[in-house]
Design a protein around this ligand. Sequence first.
Ligand code: HEC
Length: 256
Amino acid sequence: MRNILSVILLAVFSWTFSSLVMASGGGVHLDHAPGDLTDKESLKRGAQAFADNCLSCHAADYMRYNRIGRDLGWTDLEVTEKLINTRGADGEKTKVGELMKVAMNNDYANVAFGAKIPGLTVIARAKGADWLYTYLRTFYLDDSRPTGMNNLVFADVGMPHVLWEKQGLQKAIFRTEEGTDGNKKHIFEKMEIVEAGTMSSEEYDAYVGDLVNFLVYMGEPVQLERKSLGIKVLIFLFVFAIVAYMLKKEYWKDVH
Ligand code: HEC
């Protein structure tokens, strides 16, 4: 009994603790991602944004193009036109049945960006939607970095701010405070747009919201089916219970 109790306690404790760690994001407040997996139009816009801006460097190497088409309601032809920009070694355009590979060689990336570029298929499960939503909106100018940019939730990131033309350029305002240990701490206060982008800040937030929604879907595509399947199963069980009850009454009616 004691053993079972301690296992349960341990499970509860580690679950609470790990969700705290996930939510902390290095001490920076994470903004809530507005995603909605039932919104197919949002997922389509997100898929488009992903193909346009991210696939040049990041692969999504557990995901096939035509699976996206099937889940979101695009024909193979539409998927090819909208999402596929890469060609194989033979010069042929990548086929819809293939995985979302990347054109760039990772050894080259390692030299160019000082970091390996991770695949993004399951990134939403590793980092959480709120972290991604905050990450893609908090690149700020920093002269000390090779890309000229830093990031609020991913300090000294190797990735350039690929969406800067849309968002514009912003600088981060920090306030300095003395901690209880006597050390000075920089605490983030706010962002200030230095150069406007092609989108307003609401448009940019919506654009990133769709992109993150797509990343969440890609991390676990069956989520789309699971929820509707769950409801169907419950309805089936309910109807079946009535039938079983009626059958039982029928069988037992003469036995008394
Ligand atoms: C020019 C190449 C390039 C493009 C384009 C690019 N990234 Fe990155 N990305 C990187 C590199 C390099 C890193 C690794 C950074 C590091 O480790 O310092 C990275 C890291 C990341 C991470 C953190 C991964 C982790 O495991 O911590 C996320 C999330 C991410 N990118 C998302 C995106 C999204 C979404 C897009 C499209 C809007 C995108 N990236 C476009 C180069 C790129």
